[in-house]
Design a protein around this ligand. Structure first.
Ligand code: ADP
Ligand code: MG
Length: 345
């Protein structure tokens, strides 16, 4: 988890927009040769060769996050990571990020600085330059909008549409833990509201809570695939849940797929807590969101290059479109995949 600083009393109204921007961006140094000019002018100046990829995402308080259990530093970190994940899902390397925030005067300078300390930490961790943004007030709460720029490999960006029949379906890491972490935090929050003296014991849930509060984007997998000389035929990141992302690949590639329940990678802590909460682990792995793992397809001949890697699991294969997108259960039943998405819960 990330360390927090103590809050102070400097109001944003007293400070003013320009002083706030200066405070927030003073530690934003740029390191990449592709950043010719960062914060401080009317626009940033970048120089990239080859295909550029650009993505943007918005986060609204009360819709995408709850400050009741999401500390501001974690929010800043996660906001960057979530955006980077989209760039890595194109097989690209993220290079620059722009951050726009709208914040109400319920927040102090130190609160917004906390948010930015998470943003700066993520930029440093993933080697991206913060090169600009916008700052404004809001009537209520915090809204964040991030834009990330990246550079695609020489062979081109990897799209959702390139999967072929017989390709293997591969996923990085493990699934479902971030959603379970949210359930744990929500339960602790309810207990805390009823009894403010309650000291939560989150020890049995460390991995799950970390997956929810401090997710990481799989830059390492993009680098790994390059090193293994494996070019995925299609790729997507898992933000809404495995089944909905598989259906995106199938639809855009015009193929079907068979996903094997027994192959879906689950962490032992996730399995244990699913039992504690009396929830079905496969359902959560399929429909719980925010895992930020990479889901991709590869040619069968590339299997030997990835099979020894503990970070990658083959969970199925693609079929003809007419066979549909199906889950093969442990009991050998074949059932159509449905896109529930995490909001369905
Ligand atoms: P303008 O009036 O031209 O929009 P601003 O005063 O909003 O300029 O911004 C000044 C500089 O600070 C610009 O380089 C802008 O990109 C940067 N900036 C403003 N707000 C943020 C922010 N929240 N995070 C990062 N950079 C920011
Ligand atoms: Mg501006």
């Amino acid at each position: 988890m990330l360390e927090e600083k103590k809050p102070s009393k400097i109001s944003l109204e007293d400070l003013g927009e320009f002083a706030l921007i200066e405070q927030l961006t003073k530690s934003a140094t740029t390191a990449l040769p592709s950043t010719l000019h960062g914060i401080g002018d009317d626009a940033a100046v970048l120089k990239h060769e080859g295909e550029m990829v650009v993505s943007t995402d918005m986060l609204v308080e009360g819709v995408h996050f709850d400050l009741g259990y999401m500390p501001l530093k974690h929010l800043g970190y996660k906001a960057v990571v979530v955006n980077l994940s989209d760039i890595y899902a194109m097989g690209a390397q993220a290079t620059q990020v722009l951050v726009s925030i709208a914040v109400s005067n319920r927040f102090t300078l130190e609160a917004v600085e906390e948010l930015y300390s998470g943003i700066h930490l993520a930029c440093k961790t993933y080697d991206v330059d913060l090169v600009g943004g916008d700052t404004t007030s809001s009537k209520q709460g915090i809204q964040l909008s991030l834009t990330v720029v990246g550079i695609a490999p020489k062979t081109g960006a990897i799209k959702r549409s390139g999967a072929n029949e017989k390709d293997l379906l591969v996923v990085s890491g493990d699934l479902g833990a971030a959603y379970m972490g949210l359930q744990v935090l929500a339960r602790e929050n309810e207990v805390f509201k009823a009894n403010p003296n309650h000291k939560p014991d989150l020890d049995p849930y460390t991995y799950l809570v970390e997956r929810q509060l401090k997710p990481e984007a799989r830059k390492d997998i993009v680098t790994l695939l390059e090193a293994l000389e494996v070019t995925p035929t299609s790729m997507i990141d898992i933000s809404d849940g495995l089944s909905s992302e598989i259906l995106h690949l199938c639809k855009q590639s015009e193929v079907g797929c068979r996903l094997y329940e027994e192959k879906i990678p689950l962490d032992p802590q996730f399995i244990a807590v699913c039992e504690e909460f009396n929830l079905d682990s496969t359902t959560l792995a399929l429909s719980g969101g925010e895992d930020y793992e990479l889901l991709f397809t590869i040619k069968q001949e590339d299997f030997k290059k990835i099979k020894a890697n503990p970070n990658l699991t083959v969970i199925g294969h693609m079929t003809s479109k007419s066979r549909g997108a199906n889950l093969v259960t442990r009991g050998d039943e074949v059932i159509p995949l449905k896109a529930q998405g995490w909001k369905a819960f």
